[in-house]
Design a protein around this ligand. Structure first.
Ligand SMILES: [Zn+2]
Length: 540
């Protein structure tokens, strides 16, 4: 079976650009597969790792433990990533660079269950540009996960899986797959008139590349060098912000199919391919840009190539294919503001200033110096950055300091929440105590999504939600993470044996993919699967 993920792909892209797709890519998935038009993530934050941790586990972050791309590890006081792992080594890149593994994923995957069901005869391999997007969909008992290392421009893995890369991966890297794009010009694949009609001008004033990681322009063509004269880290980073890594992934995936003999015997294998370029491009230019339109049209061609390859080698009639995304994306706040939709950025100082002033007023009314309340909120090791105070819109309390001063945590929570809610642009707050007690209503989608995104050992003590089209202190041009439809509404398509093609209007979520695939494969659903089997599309 094949899982195709496009990172940051809103459901509406299928409709906005649908008539421009070729016959063998997205249009084939919609035509020959079962497509759910009302598929929404039912958790927040809607980030890459939580999404990728959901689609093949059938579990929300509350069950998978993957609550963000990064979070605060209370045990060490450090910011960690969903897949960072000090106990493993990187292979295929510099062995001293950080390496990754699925050891923080708390739920089994479809691949894990297939391996269990077949006495490990099933092969399970994950591929992406991002480590988390390669690792999380295949899970803890996978044969391999490979991702693109922006430091060396190679496909890498870690000693979690094996001690040496397979020969075919070494050979792939020896061809310097990234370097051939050095100096490549990214141009539109169709005439500009199509883009003007659907996306508007190439250089609207809300597009801003001045803070970009690598030098870039607001307009086509984008020349991919990273501002350096030979391929290196800056170029590989710039390549991430182009459509071209999707091409590298397709050829790597084809290499995996051939060299790992995927789909060749009676035991179902699993290949997951997550295309990351769309997310990088979307963050830099926003969902209504010509660039996002173009990367979407190109991804359609990439997916067509991959499906054609599988059809000629294995036969799509013998292949279960699932297609989804890890999250959507919000319009650029300044764009949403220009349209009267209330877009904006909430300054970090406005949030933390109000909260810290309220804490001080309540617990240091005499204004003692130094202020004994200064350490009541946990600052983690991110000196000089707003991230030292909150991450994923979660605030973490310093329990030691609260205990030292005899502060009641419940009352303290309310002080923080009242202060946060007084900041213009903050819509809702949830507290740890409220979520732990289940003092939320499942009929309120925002409360339900907060609960589904809360994992007690990893989440914070107060979770803040901004109003629609607003970001808290994000400088990035466009981003995602909210419980709103623009971030939650994504494609869910399943195509292959046992599936009745068609458009399905029933509510669905990407958490339904894993239990549905498990039913089709006649295996046990993953350990924490809470999604539903999408029976409306299954042959009896
Ligand atoms: Zn993502």
């Amino acid at each position: 079976m094949l899982l195709i993920v496009v990172d940051q792909f809103r459901y509406d892209y299928l409709e906005r650009f649908g008539d421009l797709f070729g016959p063998n890519g997205f249009r084939r998935l919609m035509r020959d597969g079962a497509s759910w038009t009302q598929s929404n993530y039912d958790h927040m934050p809607t980030y890459t790792a939580p999404g990728h941790g959901t689609m093949m586990t059938g579990a929300y972050p509350a069950e998978s433990g993957i609550i963000g791309n990064e979070w605060l590890d209370r045990a060490t006081g450090k910011r960690i990533t969903s897949v960072s792992d000090d106990t493993v080594k990187l292979i295929g890149g510099n062995p001293n660079d950080p390496a990754s593994s699925p050891s923080r994923l708390m739920a089994s995957t479809v691949g894990d269950e297939l391996r269990l069901a077949t006495n490990d005869r099933a092969k399970v391999i994950g591929i992406s540009v991002k480590d988390r997007s390669a690792i999380l969909p295949v899970g803890r008992h996978a044969n391999a996960a490979y991702w693109f290392n922006w430091l060396t421009g190679t496909m890498v893995s870690s000693t979690y899986y094996f001690n040496q890369l397979p020969a075919w991966v070494i050979n792939f890297n020896n061809t310097k797959p990234a370097d051939k794009y050095f100096g490549a010009k990214w141009e539109r694949v169709l005439p500009e008139s199509e883009y003007l009609k659907r996306a508007g001008p190439d250089d609207p004033k809300w597009e801003d590349v001045s803070n970009a990681w690598t030098p870039d322009t607001n307009t086509f063509p984008h020349t991919i060098t990273g501002g350096v004269s030979t391929p290196g880290q800056k170029f590989y980073t710039a390549l991430d912000y182009s459509p071209f890594t999707n091409e590298i992934l397709v050829s790597f995936a084809e290499g995996a199919i051939v060299n790992e003999h995927l789909g060749e015997d009676d035991d179902t294998d699993v290949l997951t391919v997550s295309f990351s370029a769309n997310d990088y491009v979307g963050h830099r230019f926003g969902p209504y840009s010509q660039e996002v339109m173009d990367v979407t049209l190109r991804t359609d061609r990439n997916i067509a190539s991959l499906l054609d390859f599988i059809d000629s080698r294995i036969g799509l009639a013998n292949t279960l294919v699932a297609f989804t995304a890890d999250h959507g994306v919000s319009p650029i706040p300044e764009h949403a503001a220009a349209l009267g939709l209330g877009g904006g950025r909430i300054p970090f100082d406005a949030v933390m200033g109000k909260i810290q002033a309220a804490i001080s007023a309540r617990y240091n009314p005499q204004g003692k110096k130094p202020d004994p309340t200064a350490d009541y909120l946990l600052q983690f090791q991110e000196a000089g950055s707003w991230r030292q105070w909150f991450i994923n819109n979660n605030l973490y309390f310093n329990y030691d300091a609260l205990k030292r001063d005899g502060i009641d945590v419940e009352e303290f929570s309310q002080v923080v929440v009242r202060a946060a809610l007084s900041v213009p642009g903050i819509a809702r707050c949830f507290t740890r105590l409220q979520l732990l007690r289940g003092a939320t209503s499942v009929t309120d989608p925002m409360e339900r999504r907060a609960l589904h995104g809360f994992y007690p050992a990893r989440s914070g003590d107060v979770v803040m939600v901004a109003e629609p089209y607003k970001y808290i202190a994000e400088t990035i041009t466009a981003t995602h993470g909210s419980p709103y439809s623009y971030d939650t509404h994504v494609p869910t398509i399943i195509m292959g044996p046992g599936v009745n093609a068609g458009r399905y209007l029933e509510a669905a979520t990407p958490a339904d993919i894993a239990p549905t695939l498990s039913a089709l494969l006649r295996i046990t659903a993953p350990s924490n699967s809470t999604g539903r089997v999408l029976i409306e599309a299954l042959k009896k």
